[in-house]
Design a protein around this ligand. Sequence first.
Ligand code: SF4
Ligand code: SF4
Length: 364
Amino acid sequence: MPEINTLAEAERVMTFCNACRYCEGFCAVFPAMELRRTFAEADLNYLANLCHNCRDCYYACQYAPPHEFALNIPKTFTELRLETYQKLCWPRSMAGVYRSNGLVVSWITIISVLIVSLLTLLFSGPAKVFSTHLGEKAFYTLIPYAAIVPLALILVGLMITGSLIMAYNFWHVTGGKLAQIANLQANRTALMDALRLKYLTGGGYGCNYPGEQFSMARRWLHHFVFYGLMLCFVSTAVAAIYEHFFHHSAPYPFLSWPVILGTTGGVALLIGTSGLFYLKLRMDTIPSSSHVMGMDVSFLALLFLTSLTGLLLMMFRETSAMGTLLMVHLGFVVAFFITMPYGKFIHAIYRYASLLKNAIEQKI
Ligand code: SF4
Ligand code: SF4
């Protein structure tokens, strides 16, 4: 019964910490812990998702391994977060995906690329796919706009629905009231904390990551990933506005807003994902859990490959490689949206909900 063991371990660790309180300046977990005398499952799920895994408390702790008390908050909370993802998953049948995430994401990606490629070859024919197409609507000569739009709406709709239902599940099981979600002041605080990644600064010097030294590298690389992704979403939204309101179709000139925003976002994603992967290779494995390695790596790899193929498509769109790059890139994009709520991305949803709950109970 690993679930009971993880909860029991989290309760044991928090009970120790609540007596000690040495780490209270590192993050929001300790002030939230100090508001409690006992730790029920709802409290522990909330605290685990409020933890940003900076590891400062692990290296500061006199009771960390090899001490016989063996307190290891980052590892315990990482495992509890994984259990939260499984327990609150919608639909329930997808819960197992979080544990074998690396394998599932790899297969979904391969299948998505194959299906998109086969359909494109079937409907457009190899001669058209492997030749050069120039000017506006060049992409749509291979994959019709009328096929891309419904596919995008379905994928985005499923991703948003799944994420919202799981966010509601989290809010509900951690004791949140529905009306509290609309607390503007708390949302403002939580949003600022999330946008600045406040709790990856630890006590002000950064995370103890990848090793014992303090470093801001993880925080900055997370910023590259987050804002890179945002720029890519904005680029897609601007392209949709060009298409619908100005009847100006892709591919757009190099000095147009969709290309400038998309390229900047794509490069930021390459830097962020490869940097985080490099840190992961060098990290101290004792304060981590092997159960989430596949999920972390597959998310970084899928984001990296989606950005890379997008940038290559932009660079080689006026050559005969455009058709191949378009099929592969679209396959990666489809896989990314399908797997979004069932992989590492979900941590952003639960962490925001935890920050909101924290802002409400701390009245900040
Ligand atoms: S992690 Fe260790 S040092 Fe920090 S509050 Fe807990 S018991 Fe104290
Ligand atoms: S790992 Fe960092 S964020 Fe998590 S509880 Fe420890 S100090 Fe707080």
